[in-house]
Design a protein around this ligand. Structure first.
Ligand code: HEC
Length: 503
């Protein structure tokens, strides 16, 4: 023992430090800061269920003044100077190894509970710097726009009723018929980077956050304008949200280089994959929901097995130098419509002489499940890939690649298949200009390409196939006819802006 201690002094120092960490925490050495110590704890563990859009138990933890108020049980959350009289402390403290809050989650660490207790004992002051004091933003105090937002996400719902547009601190829900503002879904995240409707259209997911502070996934009931889930992840904004085809898993990309997914009903994390080496900006599920593709600024597209959370494969090449430019967008090709198969029988009646063929009512044959993914990014070239490898990898190959399309000018931030998968749209930005294009998926032919009046960062296809919405700089939203390129409508995604102009 003595000998090994002499041999491994560093190891013993580490073990001793560990033993100390397990001891009950000593009272905080110095004053506890609301802004630096308490606010981040509440943001990670409480705000998801205690914010103006979702005040569970009638209690709000997103601002200092609200912490002092009482919730439904009419006990003040924080009483300055009196931790014992503060209901918040009672709710987060361990009783028989369990804590009431955060509800259904792991309890706060003893150190965090101690910080909260000490902060209240020291007077529960609000030391938020004046420069960081923002007016509250919620449904009663909707965001005020100094300038139109940069729109980084648009999505139609499956019924073609709504067009969701990412705004500042909110998702703006427009009617997909006349592009009038229907409702404002105001949440905690300042930035919304991605929006996606669930396959049944009953939920709208948004991924975003406040840069350098927190990332957030929101799940809304769009018809009622109600926030169902607000789940915080990481300390930076989130991207590329997508639903599994059965609507039971919601995936997104993170700036900590991970791909994650939650159960959209409760917000619990169900998938974590960490083999990307840069921000993950896009995700897409296979048709059977068993695999998840992710694209990243690290230039690669990777495949994860959903039930096991296991990294499966690099879909793009692993040959050094083969990849060009970070990837920003991915969309999975929709299933091909069932091919009607007619089995012809021969009528033995009188008409038989004319050899009339009579269709039987044989069922349509479902297509073979074969997943294709469209990706694009900084080099402007959309590429089509097979999701699953069919031949063993050979060094230097890019065996899953099906086709490359003519590059758009600049960077492509968004791609979207049309409802039948025969066409796709892509949009780009370069030097203050933007372009929206529609291509034929299987021939690569450009069907239409339109210059728009500013950089375009987001594109979505209306489910009836008859309109493509794109959006970008200065809040502009353009709606084009994908067959002719005709501009059908144009508006600025700003609550105070005049309604859309149709042409
Ligand atoms: C997953 C959702 C969820 C999370 C996360 C959560 N809470 Fe709650 N909280 C609730 C619900 C729901 C209630 C209503 C009472 C109940 O169901 O237990 C509640 C009630 C409370 C109340 C009592 C309000 C009243 O007067 O009735 C306090 C205080 C509270 N929570 C504090 C916190 C704090 C502090 C955190 C973070 C450490 C937290 N909660 C995290 C869901 C949550």
């Amino acid at each position: 023992m003595t000998a090994s201690r002499a041999l491994f002094p560093a190891l013993f120092a580490v073990l001793a430090a560990d033993a100390r960490a397990a001891d009950p925490p000593a009272p905080a050495a110095g004053p506890v800061s609301y802004y630096k110590d308490i606010r981040p704890i509440l943001a990670q563990h409480c705000n998801g269920c205690h914010q103006p859009a979702k005040p569970q138990g009638g209690y709000i933890t997103t601002g200092h003044a609200d912490l002092l108020k009482a919730g439904e049980r009419e006990k003040p959350g924080v009483v300055p100077g009196r931790p014992a009289g503060s209901y918040l402390v009672d709710q987060v403290a361990l009783h028989d190894g369990k804590a009431e809050m955060p509800k259904g989650r792991d309890p706060l660490s003893p150190i965090q509970v101690q910080l909260v207790t000490d902060w209240i004992a020291q007077g529960a002051a609000d030391d938020t710097p004046v420069s960081a004091r923002a007016a509250p933003v919620d449904a009663d105090h909707p965001p005020v726009y100094a300038a139109p937002p940069v729109v980084t996400a648009v999505a139609f719902d499956p019924a073609g009723e709504y067009l969701a547009v990412a705004g500042f601190h909110e998702v703006l829900l427009y009617s997909a018929k006349d592009y009038r503002l229907v409702s404002r879904l105001i949440g905690l995240a300042e930035r919304i980077n991605a929006v996606a409707f669930s396959p049944d259209g009953r939920r709208l997911a948004a991924a975003g956050g406040s840069p350098g502070r927190f990332g957030e996934v929101q799940v809304w009931d769009p018809a009622r304008g109600k926030l169902i889930v607000s789940a915080p992840f990481t300390f930076d904004t989130l991207y590329g949200v997508s639903w599994s085809p059965d609507g039971k898993v919601l995936a997104f990309g993170c700036a900590d280089n991970t791909v994650r997914a939650i159960d959209p009903a409760g917000g619990k994390q169900v998938l974590f994959m960490g083999t990307h080496s840069d921000w993950v900006l896009g995700t897409a599920f296979s048709q059977d929901g068993k695999h998840l593709a992710s694209v990243s600024r690290d230039m690669s597209m990777k495949l994860t097995e959903v039930p096991t959370q296991r990294f499966m494969d690099n879909v793009t090449s692993i040959t050094p130098g083969a990849l060009k430019g970070g990837l920003m967008a991915v969309d999975r090709r929709p299933p091909l419509p069932p091919v009607p198969v007619r089995v012809f029988g021969i009528d033995t009646g009188r008409k038989a002489r004319r050899m009339q063929k009579v269709p039987t009512d044989a069922p349509d044959v479902p297509p073979k499940v074969y997943d294709e993914l469209l990706i694009a990014g900084a080099d402007g070239t959309p590429r089509l890939y097979k999701m699953h490898r069919e031949v063993p990898r050979v060094i230097g190959d890019d065996a899953n690649k099906v086709r490359e399309y003519e590059a758009l000018p600049g960077r492509v931030a968004s791609v979207a298949f049309g409802p039948d998968g025969k066409h796709f749209a892509a949009c780009s930005s370069l030097d203050g200009k933007g372009e929206v294009r529609v291509y034929e998926t299987d021939t690569g032919k450009k069907v239409v390409f339109e210059q728009v009046s500013g950089p375009a960062y987001a594109v979505a296809w209306r489910p009836d196939g008859k309109a493509v919405a794109s959006a970008g700089f200065e809040g502009k939203v353009w709606v084009h006819d994908p067959a002719t390129g005709k501009l059908l409508a144009e508006f600025v995604a700003l609550p105070s802006a005049p309604p859309a102009t149709s042409r």
